[in-house]
Design a protein around this ligand. Structure first.
Ligand SMILES: C[S@@+](CC[C@H](N)C(=O)[O-])C[C@H]1O[C@@H](n2cnc3c(N)ncnc32)[C@H](O)[C@@H]1O
Length: 438
């Protein structure tokens, strides 16, 4: 029987010797003219003895134009008797053949499994996340002596990747991005990622981005209606703000990290939603305190929904959308309908900033009509409670403590994802209580 094994090469070296992965596998081949190959490959008797190895063709072409059907044995004696009899009856020759394999043949897993010490081969270090052209790993300590080698293999084996980095710490800085170390490839951290038909450009080494939140971004955006104003308090580079604007909502998007708001502005331009998105760079608390008044004094034009061909089609399928409030002349939108607060570690602590956000505008004659419905707040948070009822109780208690009242209108809890074995990320949504806003 033929066994194809990546050459063993235990090493602690940082550098990769690609030549060490060359090997030759001797097999036996059944020589036949091209016209007979199709027929032989269909013969049940032969099928069991054909060479069946991933990424190796079972028929080789010889210099004289003949073909070799590769068999999974190295000598005639290893073939079952009925196969030997069939070959004899057809008058075919059996000839030795060498399959030459090199570094390009092996998968990243093959190479690492044969290269890393056995004690490290149980778990695979090759799991990584791709953002644009960049692969980021989160290597456990025991793999660190081999980090460069692992990075190089991943780079070699994934043509779309140009940069491989390892995360250096847990995500504990204020702006929620990772410190990272270059393992292989170009030190180019400016990536282009795609989500919800939008293009996002950003420097992965200075801003927050998490592709795993794609579904949550899409879920919240699906709640926003064209013409509604959405205030994104911790907007990052825009994964809520830009799809919302593309859908036809009007957006005030803020982030304290100057780099995030810089790239947010870039993404607003490149996605052609500059008319619909205003970007700011300030603390979330200040933003919440001032933004309702700001939109009231400097309303958005009541722009119709953005129409791309695909958008128009999908909107047609979804049916008519409800009207949203505009002012008496039907020209502007002055009220905020949604606040998004995706800073799960601490967003709940910002909720007291909503106290009195509408008090300075509530005497305006248009106020009662335009704010007949209070804005929704969508606040992300973590909880250590794994059982849903306990998690909801825990979150609601913390919200009530900071907000000052227990929200009840349109109250909803959504489990976003499990971030660790004992840590869940939730989104609590509720309508801002009137008595708080005033
Ligand atoms: C978890 S990220 C979410 C980003 C984006 N909304 C998303 O879903 O990808 C939180 C964002 O809040 C920003 N941030 C942290 N503290 C802030 C604060 N006090 N005020 C405003 N933004 C803040 C960070 O820079 C980061 O971009």
């Amino acid at each position: 029987m033929v066994s194809i094994q990546c050459p063993e090469r235990h090493s602690t070296a940082d550098s990769l010797d690609r030549d060490a992965y060359r090997t030759t596998v001797p097999v036996l081949g059944l020589k036949a003219p091209p016209s007979k190959i199709g027929k032989y490959l269909k013969e049940d008797v032969l099928k069991r003895s054909l060479l069946n190895v991933p990424r190796i063709a079972s028929v080789a072409k010889l210099a004289d134009g003949e073909r070799l059907i590769l068999l999974e044995v190295q000598s005639k004696e290893e073939l079952p008797h009925d196969v030997q009899a069939f070959i004899a009856s057809e008058g075919c020759d059996l000839v030795p053949h060498a399959i030459n394999l090199d570094y390009s043949y092996w998968t990243a897993d093959d190479i690492l499994q044969s290269t890393l010490p056995e004690s490290l081969c149980d778990g695979s270090p090759t799991g990584f996340t791709i953002t644009g052209h960049l692969a980021h790993l989160n290597l456990r300590d025991e793999y660190l002596p081999y980090k460069k080698l692992i990075g190089q293999v991943i780079l070699d084996k994934n043509p779309a990747i140009r940069t491989v980095v390892n995360k250096l710490d847990t995500i504990d800085n204020q702006f929620r991005f990772f410190k990272m170390e270059l393992l292989a490839g170009e030190p180019d951290y400016i990536v282009e990622a795609h989500e919800s038909d939008c293009r996002f450009t950003f420097d992965f080494s200075t801003v927050y981005w998490n592709s795993r939140l794609h579904t949550e971004h899409a879920r919240l955006v699906s709640l926003f209606r064209p013409g509604e104003v959405v205030a994104d308090v911790f907007a990052g580079v825009g994964p809520f703000a830009i799809p919302a604007a593309k859908k036809g909502s009007l957006v005030v998007a803020n982030d304290l990290n100057p780099k995030s708001s810089e790239y947010l502005a870039v993404n607003v331009e490149s996605n052609h939603v500059a008319e619909r998105v205003r970007v700011s760079n300030e603390d979330g608390r200040t933003f919440v305190e001032r933004v309702a008044e700001e939109v009231w004094q400097r309303p958005f034009p009541a722009l119709g929904p953005l129409q791309s061909k695909r958008e128009a089609k999908s909107r047609k399928r979804a049916g008519p959308t409800k009207e949203v409030s505009v002012d008496a002349d039907n020209r502007v939108v002055r009220n905020i309908s949604h606040f998004v607060m995706n800073l799960p570690d601490t967003a709940i602590l910002f909720l007291d900033a909503f106290r009195g956000i509408l008090k300075n505008i509530s005497n305006d004659p248009a106020f009662a009509e335009l704010y007949a419905t209070m804005p929704m707040i969508h606040c992300h948070c973590f909880t250590r409670e794994l059982e849903p009822a306990a998690a909801e109780r825990d979150i609601l208690e913390r919200v009530e403590k900071v907000l000052g009242v227990r929200p009840s209108e349109a109250l909803n809890f959504h489990l976003v994802r499990s971030v660790a074995p004992n840590k869940e990320m939730y989104c609590i949504s509720f309508r801002l209580p009137k008595e708080i806003a005033h």
